[in-house]
Design a protein around this ligand. Sequence first.
Ligand code: P1T
Length: 385
Amino acid sequence: MSTNKQAFDFETLAVHAGVEPDPLTGAVMTPIYQTSTFAQSDVGVHKGYDYARSGNPTRTALQNALATLEGGRYGLSFSSGMAAIDTLLRLVQPGEHVLVGNDVYGGTYRLFTKVLAGYGIDFDFIEMSDLAVVENAFRPKTRLVWLETPTNPLLKLFDIAAIADMAHANGAQFAVDNTFASPALQQPLQLGADFVVHSTTKYIGGHSDVVGGALITNDETAHDRLKFLQNAIGAVPGPQDCFLTLRGIKTLALRMAQHCRNGLQVAQFLADHPAVERVIYPGLESHPQFDLARRQMAGPGGMVSFTVHGGETQARIIANKTELFTLAESLGGVESLIELPAPMTHASVADSPLAVPGNLIRISCGIESGDDLVKDLAHALSAAG
Ligand code: P1T
């Protein structure tokens, strides 16, 4: 499996990417190299690793796997999704401008507006589903375009290929946070993006047992700088976390297929329920960008958002009544989760133009039986009255 992994289908890549039999022992799975440093036979003479912040073989395997899955040349791993995002934003200099989609993870909004804006970076949050709005938003100092698609938590879709062209025509680079789709459903580098970002905590890890992040690119110059920053800033994952993420990746294709099936079944059930005001799911024809979803994604994913009648009070009651869906932040694991973005994952956007409705419920459909998930929601919706 050492040659030309790009020639394989995604299911095959997910099992094999990055992992080679261990050169020392032949171990089929990359070992957890639990060491902080590496012996040198003379000053500066070593076997490719000197200190584990700079590099570790378990991390190398994960980084190669991530690059392969996204169809990219270079991958870098981080201790969290936020660490990956922060490191990428260090490419932007004070005085430069970043265009951001107007629906993003609350933590991303917080990092941009409450941390990085303080270092002189300008952020504009705009409606990127309207390409005329995007075109008019560029400034001479626009260095980066940043978006999530599907977005967290409103599941808006943005046209990656069209926005990539606009970014490049305006002298900017373009980053896509691909956390909600995962590379199994969407590969932004193939559509023209310069950087793919992940919270590997979510679908890539897939088992709610590890926090991590990733940056993938084909741009050698940018990669060299990001690799330098990864070491200079130091927000690297430990080898155990790399191992868990690598292990999760092996079943990514299988898991995503079941997440998509369950997402569609649950969304269709919710769409017909009288307690539900509106369902947002890229696999429903009622989604405003249903056609784009079909074009851009290999499947609609496992995230479903919906608003309920009765406001936030009723939404809280429903989220407390599910049994299979655990009330918790995060997403993308094998087990189903439910949360209220406004008081939970998106508390940081309260009172901002990105504020989300209080009666919005976000669910992450796991890989359980879709029928059981529907029964659990039916019970919660009727018990809530
Ligand atoms: O939690 P962390 O691994 O640091 O990843 C941050 C992050 C980045 N990008 C997106 C699209 C995300 O959804 C997240 C984290 N999101 C949650 C914890 C959540 O429940 O929405």
